[in-house]
Ligand binder design. Structure first.
Ligand code: FAD
Length: 485
């Protein structure tokens, strides 16, 4: 029997991998092939932090495959051509892969499936990145959902997604696997070494994913409800990069949590906390549903009247935001956490994003692009939804008049001040009552804390109250544009 190519994309894992599992179950020998073709994802080819993750995730898979007596074959080039070439070299019967849902990838994969089948090869795709296929989820009118709560209720009314597939005990491999590149040849790691902190914080790959999930399940999920909005606590799972890169699957999470809930007999709060976490996992599902059904949202607002918002162009302010030098400590803490670790707490993502689009009135796409390049979990679906939600122009978005106050947000959600102090050491000695508004401190307080505003830490680049009014005026323009239409 001829072998099958397992075309590896964002699924560098052995467990719950339908493309691999079904090939082995059908009795094929497997050729594990990764094709490097980032240009095919344009205009959203993976950013620098995501490439960093991908390197280590693939490295881990490479080692795991070798433990199973197999080998990762790496090629670079146009995907369809490369698949044809490897089929030609190996006599493979065809290709298996797990589906992804970004518009450029859907388009490419559809074309590849059609071409290979026409040429007489097997071309089968499988589900793995989501709990349910976006094509199977519709509201009562048969349309895609655009509001989260009914989407979530609908998801809960469905049967549980299939249980995760087991890891194969062995991977049947042809004796003469084709040649390939070394992982380092792909140059996924940065030339300038900005990844020191990231190496300390993350263990990308399937092993790191399992460890992180088990730890969260064992020790923290039952506290999630109380702690999830607190960047100064270790309250969230930090699983987003593993999920995005396919080091683990949402089905593994869903069933892992449901099984754990069965074991929690007498605590209603703990069970509620587990549901609250699954509800967040379903936000990821919702964002993929939206991007799949409304592919234009990757570059345009879902609510198109928002195109009339009077965005400003201000490179100086954009740079200050990116560098964590706006003078608003909670915003700056988030942006510095992002730069150092490739990740930011959800609450702080909302605060920093709101600051860019509402206080600075800089286009949400500028923010989305910066996050895209710096987040290890940069996901087109989640990032697009997050930015459009914050700007008020997406599905089920925050109301436009909700303008986060960066001072009270810091006071409320970083109550201890630990988070802000960790990322902004230059103001660490300020007392909590001035920590999120250093400019209101007296000369005396500043001097004692060793803070020289404008020198050791910036003055705020804009005034919260003035910019709040300006943002609201901008939204009035959107409203009148809508009426005019
Ligand atoms: C402006 C903005 C941009 C964002 N960009 C991204 C992005 O590029 N990639 C990304 O994965 N998330 C993004 N998010 C969503 C969210 O901030 C992260 O998923 C979350 O912070 C990841 O941390 P965690 O794994 O500890 O989440 P947990 O709280 O432990 O949640 C578990 C999982 O649920 C999913 N999830 C949680 N919250 C959300 C949410 N609001 N939207 C969608 N899925 C969610 C994630 O997959 C997450 O890993 C963005 C949010 C905003 C406001």
């Amino acid at each position: 029997m001829n072998p099958i190519i397992w075309w590896i994309r964002r699924d560098a894992r052995l467990a719950d991998n339908a493309a691999l599992y079904e090939a082995i179950k059908a009795g094929y020998q497997v050729i594990p092939l990764y094709i490097h073709a980032p240009g095919e994802e344009a205009p959203w080819e993976p950013g620098a932090a995501a490439r960093w993750w991908q390197h280590f995730s693939l490295h881990h898979l490479k080692e795991r495959l070798e433990d199973h007596g197999s080998r990762l074959v790496i090629r670079r080039g146009e995907s369809l051509e490369t698949l044809r070439r490897v089929i030609g070299e190996t006599g493979a019967a065809g290709v298996h892969w797990n589906r992804l849902y970004e518009p450029a990838i859907v388009k490419r994969d559809t074309e590849i499936k059609r071409s290979l089948r026409e040429e007489g090869y097997i071309a089968r795709s499988f589900s793995g990145a989501l709990l349910h296929e976006p094509t199977n989820i519709t509201n009562k009118s048969g349309k895609p959902f655009q509001v989260y709560t009914p989407f979530w209720k609908h998801l809960q009314s469905l049967d549980d997604p299939p249980r995760p597939l087991p890891e194969p005990s062995s991977i049947p491999t042809p004796g003469d696997l084709p040649s390939g590149l070394a992982l380092d040849d792909l140059k996924l790691l940065p030339r300038i070494k900005w990844d020191g902190e990231m190496r300390k914080v993350w263990v990308p790959g399937e092993g790191g994913a399992t460890q992180a999930f088990n730890g969260f399940l064992r020790e923290r999920i039952t506290l999630y409800n109380d702690e999830r909005n607190r960047p100064d606590r270790n309250g969230v799972s930090r699983l987003s990069p593993f999920l995005h890169h396919g080091d683990l699957t949402p089905r593994q999470l869903w069933h892992g949590v449901r099984d754990a809930m069965d074991a929690i007999h007498n605590s209603r709060d703990s069970r509620a906390s587990c549901w609250s976490w699954l509800r967040q996992v379903a936000w990821r599902e919702f964002s993929h549903h939206l991007l799949f059904h409304f592919p234009h949202t990757q570059n345009e607002p879902l609510r198109h009247e928002f195109s009339a918002f009077p965005w400003r162009k201000d490179d100086g302010a954009l740079k200050a935001w990116q560098a964590g030098k706006t003078g608003y400590p909670i915003v700056d803490a988030g942006m510095r956490e992002l730069w150092a670790t490739g990740w930011m707490h959800n609450r702080v993502r909302m605060i920093t994003a709101s600051f860019l689009v509402k206080h600075l009135r800089i286009h949400w796409l500028e923010g989305a692009r910066w996050f895209w390049d710096t987040l290890v979990d940069a996901s087109l679906a989640n990032n697009t939804m997050g930015w459009q939600w914050t700007s008020g122009c997406g599905a089920d978005a925050a109301p436009y008049f909700r303008i986060f106050n960066p001072i009270t947000q810091g006071e409320k959600f970083d109550e201890t001040g630990d988070y802000t102090r960790h990322w902004i050491p230059e103001i660490t000695l300020l007392p909590n009552r001035f920590l999120w508004k250093p400019w209101e401190s007296s000369e005396d307080v500043l001097e004692k804390a060793g803070v020289r505003l404008g020198e050791t830490y910036p003055y705020p680049i804009v005034d919260h109250f003035t910019e709040r009014e300006n943002a609201l005026a901008g939204y009035e323009e959107v409203k009148s544009h809508k009426k005019g239409n």
